[in-house]
Design a protein around this ligand. Structure first.
Ligand code: ADP
Ligand code: MG
Length: 577
């Protein structure tokens, strides 16, 4: 309630300030609010999606130039058309950049350099295309907001409309960031493969986010040109691109509101001081920047938030319910044939055949035997060099991880893969929504998910139910394992692949997890393939065991058969176990 009132107050105050300031200052304020929007769009990409653009001014400049050109050259409706086209053009260019740089596994540095190179290209285009862009001189005489002959904005309504639009654009970014869609971005930032295995096409999420940020920034740039009535290469320059990054860094890249206001405040100070104390001010900016990087690397807004009482913190209310049980989909067996994974000249998994029916199927073997690699292959995260596998009638061989998740495959990774910045409940909701909600609908849905009773039992066993609203970075290693295990079962899977699920858990937690796995596997009649070292768990839960050694299947059978198998004993004794 308090938080909502503050948000409404802040939104209304921005156009109010534009109205109350004098003509010159008010005009500047409207311009800086548009810089704020662009900075917040950068923060959405950087702080939430983990993609940094060093060429963010390109989107701003495209919007500004397209709107300016249309406003000047198309007499009737050119301004409105130009603003819309400016946003679309910036979004289109961002989408192309995303298609080039965000498709596969993303390296932050590589992508940042790509956008940096793009910036220089764009600056060159603007300087060379003089007949259209006006070259170094830019384009003067851009009309203010107007509807042709019907209406032309006077300076006061111009800046009030611009600031209202700026607040609207900021809110559109905030809606995305705080929705489950933003939650997926945050999970993918730390564990892209986990997010993919939860049912999300992560490259599409990233390209979509980057394009959307491009549209918003383009619209901001377009409005900027109607506000200044002039557009120059400054609007697509290295200086502006650098400023966007600095403002987001100082304001907090994880706080869109923080970035927005930081851009406005620093722009004002720069404008006031730069004329009089230019050198001193540049030096001061440098020192402020270094101080922030060293002292509050998360930015001012985050630092302030940390000092505020807990109830002021932005927190998503997540509604978790219990799913009405339905065991359809059970009864299908996993059949893997001739799975082979070759890395260079090294064969990590070598012609592995195995069938797992409803029940706990343990996969054991010495370190480096290829257990994790086999699970990676079966879950589509590292496509194998050869082999086919299916669950019941569904052929999984060619599926991408997110298709597999939607086909019922759930995976837990060897080291806990969760989103530390999200709460426990948000992690669970993201894990569940990957198979229930359409990706675009994620922007508009509430944080709400129905968990399976299995997931609830796992949470209870790990005593996590009382920690649902706790940010996951506060959890211990064992608690993170429990959380990811619950996330795995939250998607109501028909095949479960678990990589050392009990590593780091206490003996008590391990025992209750073993009990849950055993009862759920038989109740749901689904194959649960578990890589495990803990003999106590294997004895109490496994209905079948497959032993891997050097990438090959050494033996398969019941626990008893495996324990009495001379080859297995030799392999383990040879390993020094
Ligand atoms: P386990 O889980 O049984 O301990 P892994 O499946 O993690 O074993 O690894 C099996 C072997 O494959 C190891 O020798 C490991 O170094 C190698 N390996 C795993 N992943 C890769 C990779 N991406 N590139 C090269 N070698 C790999
Ligand atoms: Mg392993």
């Amino acid at each position: 309630m308090i938080r909502r009132s503050i948000a409404v107050l802040a939104s209304v105050s921005v156009p109010m300030v534009a109205l109350m300031l004098g003509g010159y200052q008010g005009g500047l304020f409207a311009q800086f609010a548009l810089y704020g929007v662009a900075t917040a769009a950068l923060a959405l990409c950087w702080g939430f999606a983990g993609i940094l653009s060093l060429g963010h001014a390109v989107s701003f400049g495209i919007g500004a130039y397209v709107a300016a050109w249309c406003g000047i050259n198309i007499p009737e409706g050119g301004t409105i058309l130009g603003i819309l086209l400016g946003g679309l053009a910036a979004g289109f260019v961002s989408m192309l950049v995303g298609l080039v740089g965000l498709r596969g596994r993303v390296n932050v540095i590589t992508f940042a350099l790509l956008t940096f190179v793009l910036l220089f290209g764009a600056v060159e285009v603007v300087n060379q295309l003089t007949p259209i862009t006006g070259g170094f001189n830019g384009l003067a005489g851009v009309p203010s907001l107007n509807l042709g002959d019907l209406w032309t904005a006077d300076p006061v309504s111009q800046r009030v409309i611009v600031t209202i639009a700026a607040v609207g654009l900021l809110w559109s970014l905030i809606v995305v960031a705080r929705s489950p869609f933003g939650g997926v971005l945050v999970l993918a930032k730390t564990h892209a493969i986990r997010a993919a295995s939860s049912g999300y096409n992560i490259p599409a999420f990233r390209i979509g986010t980057f394009s959307f940020a491009g549209v918003v920034t383009g619209l901001a740039g377009a409005l900027f040109s109607t506000q200044t009535q002039f557009v120059a290469p400054d609007q697509i320059s290295l200086a502006l691109a650098t400023n966007f990054v600095l403002w987001a860094m100082i304001g907090s890249r994880t706080s869109l509101i923080g970035s927005f206001f930081t851009a406005i405040v620093i722009s004002f100070i720069t404008n006031e001081l730069a004329d009089r104390f230019l050198t001193v001010w540049l030096l001061a900016m440098g020192i402020i920047f270094i101080a922030v990087v060293v002292l509050i690397p998360d930015g001012v807004a985050e630092a302030v938030l940390k000092r505020l009482p807990e109830r002021w913190h932005p927190r998503r209310v997540v509604t978790l319910t219990t799913a009405t049980e339905d065991t359809s989909g059970g009864g299908a067996a996993l059949e893997a044939k001739a799975i082979t994974c070759v890395f260079g000249k090294f064969t990590a998994v070598d012609d592995v055949n195995f069938t797992a029916r409803g029940g706990v199927h343990c996969l054991i073997g010495p370190n480096g035997a290829g257990k994790s690699t086999l699970l990676n292959a079966l879950s589509g995260t590292v496509p194998p060099s050869n082999g086919t596998w299916r669950i019941g009638d569904t052929d999984l061989t060619k599926m991408r991880p997110w298709h597999m998740a939607r086909a019922g495959v759930a995976r837990k990774f060897q080291t806990p893969a969760i989103a530390p910045e999200l709460t426990v409940a948000q992690n669970l909701a993201v894990a569940r929504m990957g198979v229930t909600v359409h990706p675009l609908a994620l922007i508009f849905t509430k944080w709400r998910a129905d968990l399976t009773s299995t997931a609830w039992r796992i949470l209870e066993a790990g005593d996590l139910v009382r920690l649902l609203d706790t940010p996951a970075f506060r959890l211990s290693h064992g608690q993170r394992q429990i959380l990811e295990l619950a996330m795995t079962f939250a998607s109501r899977p028909t095949l479960v692949l678990l990589d050392e699920p009990t590593a780091g858990m206490t003996a008590g937690e391990t025992a209750s997890v073993a009990e849950i796995l055993r009862t759920e596997a038989s109740a749901l009649d689904i194959p649960i393939v578990v890589v495990e070292h803990d003999m106590a768990l294997i004895r109490s839960a496994a209905s079948a065991v497959t032993v891997l050694q050097a990438g090959r299947v050494l033996a398969t059978g019941t626990v008893e058969e495996i324990e009495n198998n001379a080859d297995v004993t030799r392999a383990y004794v040879g390993e020094g176990h």
